[in-house]
Design a protein around this ligand. Structure first.
Ligand code: HEM
Length: 375
């Protein structure tokens, strides 16, 4: 079955097709992700192309600038951007209590469950959608900063994406979006230094989907895990203090981000015979199944996190300077949903034919037919 893939960690090896060193063992992934000798590869900005397709009248000029442009995710602005992203998460944390999230989960379960059948993917998407919109609205501060005249323009760019996405639903955002766009038309962007853009990358990643798709997929995987294990549902019902251990085990085995890439810096990585400039693929997923760190690694066992001798921390949120800024929020969202679910329902597979998400980088489902039986 889809989620039953077992990974056998092995020594680093070079994938000639991918032209990347594949790193799978926990200790290696943990060491390299935290190493100052690697950097995150640049990404190509395809946002412009997408925006242009949707709003040809508005974005064609921007699109022409941005098409094919590379963004440096580890540029000098990284730390500042990360702080801003953290600020956004902190606001969300303050406004989204566990109780509010749980109430939201209960409403959704009751609404969607009324039809008998639910799609786990849709439930997960709807569940995080509210908090996610709230989060984006918190970034309005940044948008105001743009309107009031900021010198850079890629902060503006990321804000455009955010505002664009939510403008249909929120009048306040829509009005702000128009003002941002007006400003941008007036003030074309003169950037492009050294062939790549240095932007508030974490803020941009945050807005483009790290906080959205990752939580959605991980929650869908969690629903699958729950539906597959009725006795575990009973245990969670009887003992809610088990929930956080359950969440941690879902993240260890079924975190949505299967791998992330790095590029070796000018010194290379001697210990691994990796040369400067070579690509490295860090498999968080396989590190989470390393038998040297997690005994019987392919067995789903929340007890690991209840034992006094806890296993090594999971790498599903990455590590080092790019460690996920939303990890606590993600855990909170997951726990609140489980709590609402097991209290009121039994979760069962509707048909055993879930459709996996067609992307090798993400572990998740496109379709997960489930049923909620009221208790
Ligand atoms: C279960 C859900 C989540 C998973 C599995 C996940 C996973 C990850 C991983 C693996 C990274 C590291 C990427 C790298 O090293 O290249 C990361 C970074 C990041 N995550 Fe998450 N994430 C989740 C939820 C969230 C949430 C809820 C937020 C925000 C509210 C968020 C915001 C970010 C940001 C901004 C970064 C970039 C940090 C940086 O580059 O400095 N993530 N996430």
């Amino acid at each position: 079955m889809f989620l039953d893939i077992a990974f056998a960690p092995r020594a680093p090896f070079f994938d000639a097709g991918l032209k990347a060193h594949i790193i799978t063992r926990y200790t290696d992934v943990a060491a390299i992700v935290a190493s100052p000798k690697v950097t995150v590869p640049r990404i190509e900005l395809d946002v412009a192309v997408r925006l242009n397709a949707r709003f040809p009248d508005r974005f064609s000029a921007l699109s022409k600038w941005a098409e094919g442009i590379l963004i440096h995710l580890d540029g000098p602005k990284h730390v500042a951007g990360r702080d801003r992203a953290k600020g956004m998460v902190r606001h969300a944390w303050d406004s989204l209590s566990a109780a509010k999230l749980k109430a939201r989960a209960e409403r959704l379960l009751d609404d969607q469950g009324a039809a008998g059948k639910i799609d786990g993917t849709r439930l997960a998407a709807d569940y995080i959608d509210g908090p996610w919109s709230d989060l984006l609205l918190l970034s309005l501060e940044d948008a105001r900063h743009i309107i009031d005249g900021s010198e850079g323009c890629l902060t503006e760019w990321s804000q455009i994406v955010a505002l664009n996405k939510y403008q249909e639903r929120n009048a306040k955002t829509a009005a702000l979006m128009d003002r941002v766009l007006a400003k941008i038309r007036l003030q074309p962007c003169p950037w492009s230094t050294e062939g790549f853009l240095d932007i508030d990358a974490p803020v941009m990643l945050f807005i483009l989907g790290l906080a959205n798709a990752t939580v959605k997929h991980t929650i869908t995987n969690m629903l699958y895990t729950l539906a597959a294990d009725q006795p575990e549902q009973d245990r969670l019902r009887r003992d809610p203090s088990r929930i956080s251990a359950f969440v941690e085990e879902v993240l260890r085995m079924y975190g949505a981000v299967r791998f992330r890439d790095r590029i070796a810096g000018p010194d290379g990585l001697e210990d691994y015979a990796i040369l400067p400039g070579e690509r490295i693929r860090l498999y968080f997923e396989s590190a989470g199944r390393d038998p040297d760190v997690y005994p019987d690694p392919n067995r789903f066992a929340p007890e690991r996190y209840l034992d006094t001798t806890r296993p090594a921390p999971i790498l599903s949120f990455g590590g080092g300077s790019h460690l996920c800024v939303g990890r606590l929020l993600a855990r909170l969202q997951m726990a609140a949903l489980i709590s609402a679910l097991v209290e009121r329902y039994t979760l069962i597979f509707d048909e055993r034919n879930p459709v996996s998400f067609p992307d090798i980088a993400s572990l998740g489902f496109k379709k997960l037919p489930l049923r909620l039986a009221p208790r």
